[in-house]
Design a protein around this ligand. Structure first.
Ligand code: ADP
Ligand code: MG
Length: 557
């Protein structure tokens, strides 16, 4: 029988799983159940949208079967199944799965501790099994196939028998070692515990045969062991549960289970909205930046469910760009299951939900800024730039939403402040909101141009991010106070009289000489009253400042 080789990257991940010293091996079950649930989602969705398919809700379930004698654990689902090609492509490579993101992120690190924090998918089975067998029959196919592997030396695919559509994953559980009690993964109570812990909200029943004591027939007190099929999970998706019954841990668990990120959410909100449009949503703000966040590869979006059935993994229309960091899901009864991607874009209900969600995110951020300043600053370090991009790219639409969420470093407070805080501290005679740009706070502090403004007792905002000045140029003003770069021509400070004619004449020769020497580099050289401790400074005239010019020049054409 031909043995096929794993794709190089898969092999590496597999090796990591097999040799894993990670203590939370139990998460393999979460991964396999989540795959089973995904597979049922797919067939269920098909059944609901294709009138030719007739299914009963009872037909959809996951069953976990432990066989101590043979040391096997089977995870059975009645999902969509896999064809021969799909077995090959989906299990032989990890190219499109969440696992890839994991691999990319942690290429250079020791992944052990991180495995449990992120979905590593199907291969996690090898943490607890010497051999993994997948028997699957795809919807619409009369043939079934068996995929089998004992680890990194490859896998085989052969035809086999299976009467029902769906998939069986059969794990040959490892023998106990000194460090690890693998036997536990064959114990009913332990398996029940793991299912409850990680997969309680899975919407399909996860069944197990459980031994229960029952009264022997005809007897009044004699008990006998009877096998009984029980559903282990509560099946109520977390978003349908009462908020009061849920703890922060539950939401964190959900965040992990859904693979929204490697980290913990810094903030979450659970919405249950009824009115013109009815929906439930759970939204998360991640604690750290996804590794590809500020790249083209990053895909924003929320999971979209229609009455409990997943219809889209990443619905981009639900999130404005400036909140693209938000993760989570939306479930609405108001949406049609049959809706296509194109139709969705124009769907009135969806637009209403999106608008609503954007408002909720904003108010979450605002309350975090007000009540949990430190947390907000941590958030801002990761995603503040995205908010500023939002201001820059569409200020007309985003002004109200975003301007009060911005923070800048203040020369006076020596920390991040809001524009509102700045303006509320302005002395009456101060006309402008002053800012200075530069690579770092230390550099800006040394700028000659800041002196006269600082001497006057005015506060200066330090712009260290490329996008800062561009964003501010779009805003023009905040609460009727225009922004002013400290290195611009007219600072609006009274002490700053124009140079006297006499001074000008006395030095004209020198200025002309300097201008000549610097020809092409400067447009003019003149005397200034602005300088105190520095002999010279550069300044610009017009709308584009020196810092902006640098950035524009650095852009590839
Ligand atoms: P992910 O779930 O992130 O896509 P996995 O490694 O968990 O990655 O699974 C890889 C792929 O294998 C899945 O995307 C799916 O196409 C397929 N698969 C795994 N388990 C099943 C199953 N029980 N039924 C059908 N397809 C499955
Ligand atoms: Mg998976």
């Amino acid at each position: 029988m031909e043995k096929k080789q794993f794709q190089a990257e898969s092999k590496r991940l597999l090796e990591m799983m097999i040799s894993s010293i990670y203590s939370q091996k139990e998460i393999f079950l979460r991964e396999l159940i989540s795959n089973a649930s995904d597979a049922i989602d797919k067939i269920y969705y098909k059944a609901l949208t294709d009138p030719k398919l007739v299914f009963n809700k009872e037909d959809y379930y996951i069953k976990v079967i432990a066989d101590k004698e043979n040391r096997t654990l089977t995870i059975r689902d009645t999902g969509i199944g896999m064809t021969e090609d799909e077995l090959e492509n989906n299990l032989g490579t990890i190219a499109k799965s969440g696992s890839l993101a994991f691999k990319k992120e942690h290429k250079s690190q020791d992944g052990h501790e991180l495995i449990g924090q992120f979905g590593v998918g199907f291969y996690s089975a090898f943490m607890v099994a010497d051999k993994v067998t997948v028997i699957s029959r795809a919807l619409g196919s009369d043939h079934a196939f068996k995929w089998e592997s004992t680890g990194t030396d490859g896998y085989t695919i052969t035809p086999c028998e299976k009467t029902e559509v769906g998939t069986d994953i059969i794990l040959k559980i490892k023998e106990n070692t000194e460090e690890e009690n693998y036997d536990a993964f064959l114990e009913t109570y332990r398996l029940q515990e793991i299912i409850k812990k990680y997969s309680d909200f899975i919407r399909y029943p996860i069944k197990m045969d459980v031994t229960v004591k029952k009264l022997k027939e005809g007897s009044e007190n004699e008990l006998v062991d009877v096998q009984e099929e029980q559903t282990i999970n509560s099946m109520v998706p977390i978003w349908r549960k009462n908020k009061n019954e849920l703890t922060p841990k539950d939401y964190e668990q959900f965040y992990k289970e859904k693979h929204y990120g490697f980290d913990k959410p810094i903030k979450y909100v659970h919405l249950n909205v009824e009115g013109t449009v009815t929906y439930q949503a759970i939204l998360f703000i991640p604690e750290t930046i996804p590794f590809n966040y500020y790249t083209k590869e990053y895909e924003k979006g929320l999971e979209l469910y229609s009455n409990g059935v997943l219809i889209m993994n990443k619905c981009a229309d639900l999130l404005p760009d400036h909140f693209s960091f938000v993760k989570g899901m939306v479930d609405s009864d108001s949406l049609s299951l049959n809706i296509s991607r194109e139709m969705l874009q124009h769907d009135r209900q969806l637009k209403l939900i999106a608008k609503n969600i954007a408002r909720k995110i904003k108010s979450q951020l605002q309350s975090m800024l007000k009540d949990e300043r430190e947390k907000y600053e941590q958030f801002y370090k990761s995603f503040g730039r995205q908010l500023k991009y939002g201001v820059y790219s569409d200020f007309g639409a985003n002004k109200e939403t975003l301007q009060d969420l911005l923070l800048f470093y203040s020369s006076k407070e020596k920390k991040l402040v809001t524009l509102d805080e700045y303006v509320s501290r302005m002395p009456e005679d101060q006309k402008y909101i002053y800012y200075a740009t530069g690579e770092s706070i230390e550099r800006i502090e040394k700028l000659p141009q800041t002196e006269i403004v600082a001497d006057k007792g005015y506060e200066i905002l330090y712009f260290t991010d490329d996008i800062d000045e561009f964003a501010i140029k779009m805003m023009m003003s905040y609460k009727d106070k225009p922004f002013k770069n400290v290195s611009s021509g007219d600072l609006g400070i009274e002490a700053e009289e124009q140079e006297t004619d006499q001074e000008k004449q006395e030095n004209q020769e020198l200025f002309d000489y300097m201008k000549n020497q610097l020809s092409g580099k400067v447009t003019n050289v003149k005397a200034s009253k602005r300088l105190k401790n520095h002999p010279v400074c550069l300044s610009s005239e017009g709308e584009i400042t020196i810092e902006m010019e640098k950035i524009l020049n650095a852009q590839p054409n």
